[in-house]
Design a protein. Structure first.
Ligand SMILES: Cc1ncc(C[n+]2csc(CCOP(=O)(O)OP(=O)(O)O)c2C)c(N)n1
Ligand SMILES: [Mg+2]
Length: 544
């Protein structure tokens, strides 16, 4: 696709936002301008994805017969939070050779995308959490369309593509020319509380993996609460300190446009300095309440009687209710052109974290409410959403006509993302006997070291398929001989400064041809890397 997809119409942002569909708490219905531009088509695709993902969960909980009466579940608010990010990613940025790990609770968004591509049929859309049906969390083995990465345990899916990238590079440099592609993680912001995330980000080898792109859905909400701090600065600094590029997508075009007006500085300062819980609270306000709360009361943090409070009041008094409500929730993670501009800045020479500000439940009645994690819309709200989306609540599954702009983007994307058929390599013949008789007592570690050395002598072809991994215990687990023989794998070759030192027994020769991988004392990283190396047989197709 070309840049035309991020071109705006001739209208100013504000005019445009006044006329296009404004998602608020189902209290406003604005017709959106269908000017047949690609941008409008992307908006339309987003709206359909929001509708379908909400419907998948709605059907499982409120329509499908439920003999046990037990809760089925699913997370409409978590899906709504990331639907725009996934629309921008899939329908503009993603390539066939890329791989994506999707935040667990966004499974239905991904099912909706697969449905639009025609990879799922209407009946499958009614099977969320049924035995053999669509999985609530993306699965490589249990979903009808296999996910690139299985996710579910919060925090673990975020790091999997790092180890997937290492495993793919290993295969590419050592065994089979499979190229590379970006490795995306779509990460919930509360996943960053998980220690394993920082264990992986800080691994010294990771800063060399330019194919890593994390897109963080910064909705400031976890399961139970609004995260108290404005933590984005800390998150940005932590990624930067680890050698990552950081791109922050904070505001959408409507807010940016307001910031440029008289009183705009005061509005920006007010939004930037209010606490996360206060911001979430004002997302739940009517336009009238906003007109009082935004400038703030005298003596409060946002002092409405101060000069800036008055400027802010004057600015928002010029806005009609719908625009004011749209503006306060106009965060960059829901503004597709802003996201596309951010994606265009990704520098593939180092890992990237795109921090996208979003609203949990965007476009749903529970939008921004601290307790919306498991909230399900009721039948009336579903009907209202159907009306807003131009959809039929009785027949919710529908795709785009191929002759519409959205249908054409769908077809182009399906073609772009098609992956070639992949035949796994034939397994090598394993030797039955390494011709060693074990005598006496010895440790299993010593036996492992000997087996690896014997293997490299008796069956070099088999040994070429062996990769060892250690969290800083190679020498103490008797891998020294093996490491000396096969070398240490590294994305970048490094000089061995002790190669000429007579006292050095363990030779640390790093190159992309090495077969031993060394990590720091970080056992979750170890398990993640082992898992991805073990999955290369099915992942590492010639398409990358
Ligand atoms: C290891 C682990 N701990 C706890 C949970 C329970 N849990 C599920 S979702 C969630 C919060 C997720 O918040 P976030 O990642 O920000 O996603 P959001 O729904 O806000 O997009 C928690 C704690 C889990 N699934 N896995
Ligand atoms: Mg969150």
């Amino acid at each position: 696709m070309s840049n035309r997809h991020i071109e705006h119409s001739d209208q100013t942002c504000l005019d445009r936002c006044e006329t296009v569909r404004i998602w608020t708490d189902l209290r406003f219905k604005e017709e959106y301008v269908s000017d047949h531009s690609a941008l409008d088509a992307l908006d339309e695709i987003h709206d359909r994805i929001l509708w379908l993902s909400t419907s998948i969960i709605h059907h499982a909980n409120r329509v499908r017969p439920n003999r046990s009466g037990l809760k089925v579940g699913g997370h409409q608010a978590s899906c709504a939070s990331i639907a725009s990010i996934m629309t921008a990613l899939w329908f503009h940025e993603l390539r066939a050779e890329d791989r994506v790990s999707i935040k667990p609770h966004a499974g239905p968004v991904w099912h909706a995308i697969n449905y639009l591509f025609g990879e799922l049929d209407d009946e499958q859309m009614t099977t969320l959490r049924e035995f053999g049906g669509l999985q609530s969390y993306p699965s490589r083995t249990k979903d009808p369309v296999p996910a690139d990465y299985s996710t579910g345990s919060v925090g673990i899916g975020a790091t999997a593509p790092i180890w997937g990238a290492v495993a793919r590079r290993y295969v590419d440099s050592s065994l089979r020319d499979i190229g590379t592609g970006r490795q995306y993680s779509l990460v919930g912001d509360a996943e960053l509380d998980e220690g394993a995330v920082w264990e992986a980000v800080n691994d010294p080898g990771v800063k060399h993996l330019g194919e890593i792109v994390w897109i963080i859905d910064l909705n400031r909400q976890s399961l139970d609460r609004v995260v108290p701090d404005i933590a984005a600065g800390r998150i940005e600094a932590t990624f930067e300190a680890a050698g990552w590029q950081v791109i922050t997508v904070k505001f959408g075009r409507l807010l940016e446009d307001l910031f440029a007006r008289e009183g705009g500085d005061a509005l920006r300062r007010r939004i930037l300095t209010m606490s996360n819980p206060e911001y979430q609270r004002i997302l739940r306000c009517s336009a009238d309440e906003l007109r009082t709360r935004l400038p703030g009361e005298a003596g409060s943090e946002g002092d409405g009687d101060s000069e800036s409070g008055q400027a802010l009041r004057a600015l928002i008094s010029d806005l009609d209710d719908a625009t004011l409500l749209a503006a306060i929730r106009n965060l960059g993670g829901h503004d597709i052109p802003t996201l596309l501009e951010a994606f265009a800045q990704i520098d593939d020479s180092c890992p990237t974290a795109v921090i996208a500000y979003t609203i949990k439940g965007f476009g749903l009645p529970s939008s921004g409410h601290p307790q919306n994690h498991s909230a399900l819309i009721d039948a009336d709200e579903y009907s209202a959403l159907a009306e807003l989306s131009g959809q039929d609540p009785q027949a919710p599954w529908s795709r785009f006509d191929p002759d519409t702009p959205a249908g054409r983007i769908l077809a182009e994307t399906a073609q772009r993302l098609a992956r070639p058929e992949f035949a796994p390599a034939a397994p090598v013949e394993l030797p039955r006997d390494l011709e060693r008789t074990h005598k006496g007592t010895s440790s299993s570690q010593a036996a492992l070291g000997r087996v690896l050395m014997d293997l490299s002598r008796q069956s070099p072809e088999t040994a070429r398929r062996v990769v060892t991994v250690s969290p800083d215990v190679s020498s103490t687990t008797n891998l020294g001989g093996w490491v000396n023989k096969v070398g240490v794998w590294s994305a970048d070759a490094a000089q061995n400064w002790f190669a000429d030192d007579a006292e050095t027994i363990l030779q640390w020769n790093e190159s992309a041809q090495g077969q031993h991988m060394e990590l720091g004392i970080a056992e979750t990283n170890l398990v993640g890397l082992l898992g991805e190396l073990g999955a290369t047989w099915s992942r590492c197709s010639p398409s990358g």
